[in-house]
Design a protein around this ligand. Structure first.
Ligand code: GAL
Length: 993
C-alpha cells in the first residue's frame, strides 16, 4: 500500500487549517513587483512541422531563442529488443525530469554483411526516433561509426573484422565502408531532425573517445572526413565528439581543416570513482590535461557521458564481477547528487548520464569485458523498474525544466560555509539575480552549517558524502524566495495559484523564506508545517517525509495569487509529477508514474502506473473538475489546497502468478564430434592470408573463423587425415574473448575441454586472450589406433573442435585489435605430422528477424532447435538436474504459458541457479531469441530479463537451453525458474516482436 497518512487526511477531508502567525512587526516594504523573468517552462519538443534553430553560447544551447539545459539519459534501443518498450522507458524518463535521450547506434546491429543494412523490426531506428519525438524527448544521436559501449568490436560489424584497411583512420577501404554505414543511418536521421520539425534529433556525435591518432594528420583527416560526410548527408544540427577524459581533444578548430567551426560542440566524458572528490571540470577549475570544459570557452559545458553506474565484468577472476547491485550501491543517489550537482556548478548545461536504462546485451552483442546484463546499476534497472536513484535525477530534472534561471549562470562571489567541511559553489544568474549554492560534503559524517556569507544564518544540513543545491533571491511565480535550506524542485502556476515544491532527505527540517511585505494569512493544509512572519519575511518550516506531502498555502500578503508551498522527501517527490499541457502545466501527486495528461473540456485524462493503492491529487488549469485514470473516471472533489482529490484510492497491482518450468525435453547436440558426421558442405579452411592483426603461424592455414564469414558465436572445426597413427599428443592454439573455451574430440572420443585462462592484472596480456590447449591422447585411444588397422593400413582420423569464441576485442585504443583472430589459430602434433585437411562451420545465414548476432554455429542452432516452431516431439523427457558427466552440448526445451492480466505490466526474468562447482554454461533462447549466456561456475549473472514482446505475457512461450558442459563435473542445469522482477498496473501496449 502506498496510501500515506496524508492521503487519508485528505480523503477524509480533515486537512487542518493553518493559524498562529507568530512573529511581530509590520510590512516594511511593498510587495516585490519584479516581473516573473522566467515565464513558462520551455516548450516540450515534438515533430511539430516547424523549422527550429539550434544555437548556443558558452552558457547553454539556445533553441529558437530560448536557453535550454539538456538533462539527458542514455539508453540503447539495441539493448531492448522490443520496440514497444522503447516507449515505456522514454515515457518513464520524461516523467522523471529528463528532457533528452542519448543513444548510440550500433553498426553491427544493423549490418549482417557489406552493403546490407537493416532498419526493420527491433532495428527500426526511425520508430525509436519517432517515439522519442512523441514522448517529448530531444535526441542526442551517436552513430559512431565506432561507439565502444561494451559491444562486440566496439560496434563494428563482424564482417568488417575481415576486411582490408585500418579502421578508425583515414584508410580509404575503411572509409568506403564507413560511407556505406553513414549513408544508411543518416538517411533515417535526416528525416527526424529537430531543425526540420520532423523529429527531435538535436545533436549528433561522430566517433567516440577517439584519442589514438589525435595529434596525427591521419586522425585529423579522419575526423574531418566524418564531419564532412555527415554534413553532406544533410545532418544540420550541431555535431560533437565525446572526448575521452577531459583532454581538450577535438575542441572547435582542432581538425586543422576548419570545417567544423561554428556548428561544433566540445564534449568530454567522466566516470569518477565513488570515493573520489568530485573533480571541477569547467568554469570553476581545471580538470584534465587541458581543463575539461575550459578547453572550449565559446561552447557550453557538455558532458556527453557522465557515469551513472558502471559495467560489470564476468566473475571468477581478479576483476571479479559482483553483480549490478554493487554498482547501484556504490553509485547511489548521493553519488549522483555529489557528482552531477558539481557538474552543474561547473557550468555543465548539457548533461547526459550513461547509462540511465542499461538494458541487455542479448545474443552475441556484449564485448569481451561484460556479460549479458548491461543493467549498469542505472537509475532504471534492466527490468525497467524505477530505482531510488531516480530521486535526485527527478528533482534536478524538474528544477532545470521549471526554473530557467539555471540556464545562464556565472560564478558568484566566493561564499564559504561557517563549517568549511561543506564546499560551496556560488552561482548567479546575471539577468534575474537568482543565486544558487551547491553545497557538497565530502566527509563521512553529516555537517550542518550556516552560510553567513550568503545571509543564511540557520544551519543547512548536508549528509555525509552528499550534496544539495539551495537557492536564494529566486523568483517563484509571483513571489520571491529569499532562501531555502532545501532544494527547490518545481515552480509552476496551475489554475489560480502558484505552486512551489521543495524536496530533500527524509527527516530533514526544511526552511523556506519568502519575501512577504504584507503580513500573510497562511493556511496549513497538513499538520507538519509551521511559520513565522517578521520584517517582511515569511519563514516556513516543515520536517520532510513525516507523512507524505506537506502543504501550506500562502495568501493574504497583498499578492493577488495565492502560493501553495509543498514539501516532499525523496520518496514523496518521486510521486509528484509536473506535466505540461497546451492549456498550462499541472501537477499530479500519488501514482508511481504519470505517463500522459490530456485536457478535454472540464476533464483531465491521466495515464500512468500504480504499483500499490494510492491517492490521486491533481492541481490543474482552471475549469478542470473531473479526472480519469487510465480511461476510468475517478470520483473526486475539490480540496482545500485547490486540487482535484480522488475520493477513493486508485488500485494497485495484483502481482501475476508465474508457472513452474517443467516438462523438459532433451536432445544431445554435438554430432560434429562423431567421425562419420557428414561435413561435406562445410567450408574448407585453407586460406593463406588474412587481414587479421593476428599473424598466421608458420606452416598453418588460416583457421581464424572471421576469415570464413563466421563472426559470432560458436564455431566447429573438423580436421581430417589418414595414417599417422602414432600421435601421442596435440596442441591447439586458439583465441577468444573473455571466458572462451575449446572442446576437442579425436575420432569421436573426448580429449577434454580447455578454458581460456583469465589473464592476470598485467595489462599487456589483457585483450590478447590466446592460449594453447594441450591434450595427451588417452592410452585407450592410442591402443585403439594401433589395434584397429584397416586393410589399407591407413586409418582415417578426425579431430573435432568446438570453440566458444566469445566476442571480438573492443579496440578502444584504435589499434585494430577488433581484428584479432577468433577461433583456432594453430594445431600441432607430437608423435606424427599428419597433413590435416581442415573444414570449418559456424552460424547459418543470419536470421532475417533476429539478426546476425542471435546465433552461433551449434548444430541445434543451425537446425533451428531454438525456434518455437521446431517440433521436438521425438526428444526425450528429462528431469533437471541431469547428473551425467558428458563433454559436449545438450539441448533442453520446454513450453510455458503466461496469463498476465491486460493492463498489467509484468517484467519477468529467467533465473538459473546451481552448485557453483558444476562446470557448464547455458545459452538461453526464448521464442528463438538469444537472451544471453549463463556460466554456472563463473557468474555473477543468474537472472536474465525476458522483455515483453519477445515474451508473450498472454500466451505460449518456448524456452530452449543449449547447455555446454565440460564433462569434469555433473552437468546442469539444476534450478530454472521464472521470476517476477516488477509489476505495475498501467504500462504501455506491447506488440509481439
Ligand atoms: C566510455 C565510452 C562508452 C562506454 C563507457 C563505459 O568511456 O565512451 O562507450 O564504454 O565508457 O561504460
Amino acid at each position: 500500500m502506498e496510501l500515506s497518512r496524508r492521503t487519508f487526511h485528505a480523503l477524509a477531508g480533515t486537512a487542518a487549517l493553518g493559524f498562529a502567525l507568530t512573529g511581530s512587526g509590520s510590512p516594511t516594504s511593498a510587495n516585490p513587483s519584479r516581473p516573473a523573468p522566467t515565464g513558462p517552462p520551455p516548450p516540450v519538443p515534438s515533430a511539430d512541422g516547424r523549422p527550429h534553430e539550434i544555437g548556443f553560447d558558452h552558457h547553454s544551447l539556445i533553441v529558437d531563442g530560448r536557453r535550454l539545459v539538456l538533462w539527458s539519459g542514455e539508453m540503447h534501443p539495441f539493448r531492448l529488443p522490443s520496440p514497444s518498450l522503447w516507449r515505456d522507458v522514454l515515457e518513464k524518463m520524461r516523467a522523471h525530469g529528463y528532457n533528452a535521450v542519448s543513444a548510440y547506434v550500433a553498426w553491427n546491429h544493423h549490418s549482417p554483411a557489406p552493403g546490407r543494412y537493416d532498419f526493420t523490426g527491433v532495428r527500426d531506428l526511425d520508430l525509436f526516433l519517432r517515439t522519442a519525438a512523441e514522448t517529448g524527448m530531444y535526441v542526442i544521436l551517436r552513430p559512431g561509426p565506432y561507439i565502444n559501449a561494451e559491444v562486440d568490436a566496439g560496434g563494428f560489424p563482424g564482417w568488417l573484422t575481415a576486411t582490408e584497411g585500418r579502421a578508425r583512420t583515414s584508410d580509404p577501404t575503411y572509409l568506403r565502408y564507413v560511407d556505406e554505414w553513414l549513408t544508411a543511418v543518416n538517411a533515417i536521421v535526416a528525416k527526424r531532425l529537430f531543425t526540420r520539425g520532423t523529429g527531435t534529433v538535436l545533436l549528433y556525435q561522430i566517433e567516440n573517445e577517439y584519442d589514438a591518432h589525435v595529434d596525427e594528420p591521419s586522425g585529423r583527416a579522419y575526423m574531418s572526413y566524418l564531419y564532412e560526410k555527415v554534413r553532406a548527408d544533410g545532418i544540420d544540427v550541431p555535431l560533437f565528439h565525446n572526448d575521452k577524459g577531459r583532454n581538450g581533444h577535438w575542441a572547435p578548430g582542432s581538425f586543422g581543416t576548419g570545417g567544423e567551426k561554428g556548428r561544433w560542440l566540445y564534449g568530454f566524458d567522466g566516470y569518477p570513482e565513488p570515493d573520489e572528490v568530485p573533480p571541477d571540470w569547467g568554469s570553476f577549475g581545471t580538470g584534465g590535461r587541458k581543463g575539461g570544459a575550459t578547453a572550449s570557452p565559446k561552447t557550453p559545458g557538455f558532458v556527453p557521458e557522465s557515469g551513472g553506474g558502471w559495467f560489470d565484468p564476468w566473475g571468477g577472476s581478479w576483476f571479479d564481477g559482483k553483480g549490478y547491485a554493487e554498482a547501484r550501491r556504490t553509485r547511489d543517489a548521493a553519488y549522483e547528487r555529489r557528482f552531477y550537482l558539481t557538474n552543474l556548478a561547473n557550468g555543465i548545461t548539457l548533461h547526459n548520464v550513461y547509462m540511465t536504462y542499461g538494458g541487455t546485451s542479448w545474443g552475441w552483442l556484449p564485448a569481451p569485458a561484460v556479460y549479458t546484463s548491461y543493467d549498469y546499476g542505472a537509475a532504471f534497472d534492466e527490468a525497467r523498474n524505477a530505482t531510488p536513484k531516480l530521486a535526485p535525477m527527478h528533482q534536478i530534472g524538474q528544477l532545470l525544466r521549471f526554473v530557467p534561471d539555471l540556464a545562464r549562470l556565472n560564478r558568484g562571489k566566493s561564499v564559504r560555509a561557517a563549517d568549511e567541511r561543506i564546499k560551496v559553489y556560488h552561482l548567479a544568474n546575471p539577468d534575474t539575480g537568482a543565486r544558487f549554492y551547491v553545497l557538497r560534503n565530502d566527509t563521512g559524517e553529516a555537517v550542518s552549517s550556516p552560510l553567513p556569507d550568503a545571509g543564511i544564518d540557520v544551519p543547512v544540513t548536508v549528509p555525509a558524502r552528499d550534496a544539495k543545491l539551495i537557492a536564494a533571491n529566486l523568483r517563484l511565480g509571483r513571489r520571491t524566495l529569499v532562501h531555502s535550506t532545501v532544494q527547490p524542485m518545481v515552480s509552476l502556476t496551475a489554475g489560480r495559484q502558484d505552486i512551489a515544491v521543495f524536496a530533500g532527505r527524509r527527516g530533514e527540517m526544511a526552511q523556506v523564506v519568502l519575501e512577504c511585505a504584507d503580513e500573510p494569512t497562511p493556511m496549513r493544509l497538513d499538520a507538519e508545517p509551521a511559520w513565522s512572519w517578521n520584517l517582511g519575511k515569511l519563514n516556513i518550516t516543515a520536517p520532510l517525509g513525516a507523512g507524505g506531502l506537506s502543504r501550506v498555502r500562502v495568501e493574504g500578503d497583498g499578492v493577488d495569487t495565492p502560493m501553495l508551498v509543498l514539501f516532499a522527501d525523496d520518496a514523496t517527490a518521486l510521486r509528484l509529477w509536473p506535466h505540461e499541457t497546451p492549456s498550462g502545466p499541472l501537477l499530479v501527486y500519488g501514482p508511481a508514474l504519470l505517463r500522459s495528461a490530456e485536457l478535454r473540456g472540464s476533464t483531465v485524462h491521466l495515464t500512468g502506473d500504480t504499483t500499490g493503492a494510492t491517492g490521486l491529487e491533481v492541481w490543474g488549469p482552471r475549469g478542470i473538475t473531473h479526472v480519469t485514470w487510465n480511461g476510468r473516471p475517478v470520483p473526486s472533489r475539490i480540496s482545500a489546497s485547490g486540487s482535484l482529490l480522488a475520493l477513493r484510492p486508485l488500485p494497485g497491482v495484483t502481482r501475476p502468478a508465474l508457472p513452474a518450468l517443467d516438462g523438459w525435453r532433451r536432445r544431445s547436440g554435438n554430432p560434429e564430434a562423431e567421425p562419420d558426421f557428414d561435413d561435406s558442405d562445410w567450408t574448407t579452411a585453407d586460406k593463406e592470408t588474412t587481414f587479421s592483426t593476428t599473424p598466421v603461424p608458420d606452416g598453418q592455414p588460416v583457421l581464424f573463423a572471421d576469415d570464413y564469414g563466421f563472426h559470432y558465436g560458436d564455431v566447429w572445426y573438423r580436421g581430417e587425415w589418414t595414417g599417422e597413427d602414432g600421435i601421442e599428443s596435440l596442441s591447439l592454439a586458439y583465441s577468444t574473448g573473455t571466458q572462451g573455451l575449446l572442446m576437442a574430440w579425436l575420432d569421436g572420443e573426448p580429449l577434454g575441454t580447455h578454458r581460456m585462462p583469465v589473464p592476470g592484472k598485467d595489462r599487456a596480456r589483457q585483450g590478447t586472450w590466446t592460449a594453447k590447449a594441450a591434450f595427451d591422447l588417452p592410452e585407450e585411444l592410442r591402443k585403439k589406433f594401433r589395434a584397429e588397422r584397416p586393410e589399407t593400413g591407413r586409418r582415417r582420423h578426425v579431430l573435432s573442435v568446438l570453440v566458444r569464441r566469445m566476442q571480438h576485442d573492443m579496440d578502444g585504443e584504435a589499434l585494430g585489435t577488433h581484428k584479432a583472430a577468433r577461433g583456432l589459430t594453430a594445431v600441432t602434433f607430437a608423435g606424427g605430422s599428419p597433413e590435416v585437411k581442415w573444414r570449418i562451420q559456424g552460424a547459418a545465414t543470419p536470421d532475417p528477424v533476429r539478426g546476425p548476432m542471435n546465433n552461433g554455429g551449434l548444430h541445434g542452432e543451425r537446425e533451428g532447435w531454438h525456434l518455437p516452431e521446431y517440433d521436438d516431439k521425438d526428444w526425450k523427457d528429462a528431469q533437471l538436474p541431469r547428473a551425467d558427466r558428458r563433454q559436449g552440448v545438450t539441448w533442453y526445451r520446454t513450453d510455458f504459458r503466461l496469463d498476465v492480466a491486460p493492463g498489467v505490466d509484468a517484467s519477468v526474468g529467467l533465473v538459473l541457479d546451481d552448485d557453483p562447482g558444476r562446470a557448464y554454461r547455458v545459452q538461453i533462447f526464448l521464442n528463438g531469441w538469444n537472451m544471453g549466456q549463463y556460466i554456472n561456475d563463473v557468474g555473477p549473472q543468474h537472472t536474465f530479463v525476458l522483455p515483453n514482446g519477445i515474451l508473450r505475457t498472454r500466451g505460449a512461450n518456448t524456452l530452449a537451453l543449449a547447455v555446454l558442459s565440460d564433462g569434469t563435473t555433473p552437468s546442469g542445469p539444476r534450478d530454472v525458474r521464472l521470476a517476477l522482477l516488477g509489476a505495475a498496473a498501467g504500462g504501455v501496449p506491447v506488440t509481439a516482436v
